[in-house]
Design a protein around this ligand. Structure first.
Ligand code: GAL
Length: 671
């Protein structure tokens, strides 16, 4: 995959079409600048029409044809949708819900991750594919399975129950350790035999939070075992070929920090809603996560929609220019490839009304023209491949903490991990400050600002690490309900904020949620007024000073946000949920204190991102508005997508994009 070019293409499902269409596909791919397709993602029943009887003749033909047209292949292992014969022969391979209902085949992803029948059949298929195509010149990448956990994230069958028990035995070693970690003294849940332990099936009321957290961990790991099984076969037979599986952004069920360690390249599927005027902010955050999962390594946008999808209640089309704009946004944030679901629109099946690069209407369509134009543009941008984005702010994000926070039995269901993350991210995005996402515990070197948005579950070591960071001059922002529970989902002894208390110079002594729908006013020490809602904490200051306080009500005059000078740096705490203006004020405060400056003064709605390479740096400018804008530049540079003559400002058309190339000073031609 270390190709010096931008990858471009989509899912290709030739089994849906007669061979007469394949030649046209290959020809049109060439015309559109397609250089990589994800092949045969759901082709299992065509590759193995009967148990153990494989048919590769059609795939041989397709691979050769693609190769002859210069199109490389991310070959799918096709294990995401088992053929009907598998569940017919082995009904126990179907997943079971928490209510005990066995799901039927007839759509996709109808397999239990622990099913021996499924795993054996999947392994056999992968082995055959690797033996047959491992040396095919078109093969560039293995695409393992597809969107693990997209539809079925957990299974409650007997095999899963047994696997859960084995997983717990390995984790805890003894029942005493498990009983203590799960706090089973509560509600008479003490286990005396491993066989008594079950997955958290449908029960009379709320389950045990420690058990539920372990169940989430187990379910992520259980699906990851399926991935690892295939990965091991591919590594054995095709050691030089990289492998990936497509992630789904911040997908809740899977701990992608753990998963990312085992893929060679991060691949993601991104479907922002064209109906959402702020969709690009969420997309930016997700792209930043993908770049961060493997420490800045370029990633692959494996799927996006060329136009509309079919799975929302009401599916808007992407207006002219939006597909191009959102494609460049992914590139700006570190992607080295842009792919779509799918190449040719299906006539049959559940996704008949999903857009494709080649729509039902063929080449006489706007979508096709935009797809082709983008492919041609990308062909001239090879120099961007391998260049990197450098984040200046670290935001700590953790699946385990999110799982623990979003269980039943919390003070409010309206405190959600991603919303808190996004509330901190949005003002930085608006100022074009580059943000990396970090797994708690990762090294903080090189960052000047670290943010913990409602990091509910905190391991003990994090406090001292953050204290060292701040003492050495860093700026830290922690937001409400952080540092509440340990890795077992048990509340830290001694009250909230765990090991952060000394660093923040305060204690949160009470949680006092605000009635839903009510806004409370806040006054800042520097004279601004904002409102807050949903969540409030009573803060007892132990050295910190209030930078914002409640202006009225029972808590009038008490601190809502604080600052504490600690060593050479400062630690901030926010004990409520501020409105958008308030978050802007707070993030500006910490940004300025940490000395971070925006890359340029961009008009509202213009996103600016840098990618850096050995020979040049590239400033992407993305106009998310529907009007033309003029962006003044600090120093003139050529636009790789437009005017190659360096100018003092760039004019961006509605939804327009520019990529400005800056050479290092010593490479600049003499004036
Ligand atoms: C993805 C999936 C694709 C296709 C697409 C439609 O989640 O991986 O196979 O279903 O959605 O948007």
């Amino acid at each position: 995959m270390a190709e010096p070019r931008i990858r471009y293409g989509g899912d290709y499902n030739p089994e849906q079409w007669p061979p007469s269409v394949w030649a046209e596909d290959a020809h049109l791919m060439q015309e559109a600048g397609v250089n990589l397709v994800s092949l045969g993602v759901f082709a299992w029943s065509w590759l193995e029409p009967q148990p153990g009887r494989y048919d590769f003749a059609w795939l041989d033909q397709v691979l050769d044809l693609l190769h002859a047209h210069g199109v490389q292949v991310a070959l799918a292992t096709a294990t995401a949708s088992p053929p009907p014969w598998l569940s017919h022969l082995y009904p126990e391979s179907l997943p079971v819900t928490a209510e005990g209902i066995r799901l039927a085949p007839g759509s996709r992803q109808h397999y239990c991750p622990q099913s021996t029948a499924y795993r054996n059949a999947a392994a056999a298929l992968v082995r055959r594919l690797a033996e047959r195509y491992g040396r095919h010149p078109a093969l560039a990448l293995w695409h393992i399975n597809n969107e693990y956990g997209c539809h079925v994230r957990e299974c409650f069958c007997e095999q899963c129950a047994a696997a859960f028990r084995r997983w717990l035995q390995a984790r805890y070693g003894s029942l005493d350790a498990l009983n203590s970690a799960w706090g089973t003294a509560f509600w008479s849940q003490r286990y005396g035999d491993w066989a008594e332990i079950l997955p958290p099936c449908r029960a009379p009321t709320a389950g045990n939070p420690s058990q539920l957290l372990d169940w989430r961990r187990f379910c992520s790991a259980s699906l990851q075992e399926c991935f690892a099984l295939e990965r091991a076969i591919l590594r054995e037979l095709t050691p030089g070929v990289p492998a990936t599986t497509n992630f789904i952004g911040f997908h809740r069920p899977l701990d992608y920090w753990a998963w990312a360690e085992t893929v060679d390249v991060v691949a993601n599927d991104s479907y922002p809603d064209p109906a959402d005027p702020e969709a690009h902010v969420g997309a930016a955050l997700t792209h930043d996560l993908m770049r961060s999962l493997r420490a800045g390594q370029p990633w692959l946008l494996m799927e996006q929609a060329p136009d509309y999808v079919q799975w929302r209640e009401h599916n808007l089309a992407k207006p002219p220019g939006l597909m191009r704009l959102w494609s460049y946004q992914a590139l700006a944030r570190g992607a080295d490839g842009l792919m779509f679901f799918q190449w040719r629109a299906s006539r049959a099946g559940a996704e008949q009304f999903h857009s494709a690069m080649l729509p039902h209407g063929g080449t006489e369509t706007r979508t096709w023209r935009e797809v082709r134009a983008l492919g041609r543009e990308l062909a001239n941008l090879a120099e961007l491949a391998g260049t990197r984005v450098r984040g200046e702010v670290a935001m700590l994000y953790d699946w385990e903490s999110r799982w623990a926070l979003e269980l039943e039995g919390r003070p409010s269901r309206h405190l959600r991990a991603l919303e808190q993350l996004r509330a901190c991210y949005t003002p930085l995005y608006a100022r074009n400050i580059a943000v990396d996402l970090l797994r708690p515990g990762a090294a903080l070197d090189g960052y000047r600002l670290v943010i913990l948005p409602s990091l509910f579950l905190m391991r003990e070591e994090l406090g001292p690490q953050l204290a060292r960071f701040v003492a050495a001059g860093g700026v830290l922002l922690v937001t409400c309900f952080s540092g509440i529970v340990d890795a077992n989902n048990q509340v830290w002894a001694g009250g909230s904020l765990g090991s952060l208390r000394a660093l923040l110079g305060l204690r949160a002594t009470e949680i006092a949620p605000i009635p839903l729908g009510e806004q409370r006013s806040i006054r800042t020490a520097d004279g601004h007024a904002f409102s807050c809602a949903v969540w409030a904490e009573v803060l007892e200051l132990e050295g910190a000073s209030a930078i914002a306080s409640y202006a009225a009500g029972d808590y009038a005059g008490q601190a809502a946000a604080t600052r504490y000078a600690y060593g050479a740096g400062a630690a901030y705490y926010l004990g409520t949920m501020l409105d958008a203006g308030g978050m802007q004020w707070l993030l500006e405060t910490v940004r300025i204190e940490s000395g971070l400056t925006p890359p340029l003064t961009a008009p509202n709605g213009v996103e600016a991102c840098w990618r850096h390479g050995p020979g040049a740096s590239y400033l992407f400018l993305l106009n998310h508005t529907t009007g033309a804008v003029e962006v003044p530049l600090d120093s003139p540079a050529p636009d790789l997508l437009g005017d190659r003559v360096p100018r003092r400002s760039v004019r961006l058309a509605p939804r327009g994009v520019a990529i400005l190339r800056y050479l290092p000073l010593d490479h600049q031609p003499a004036a």
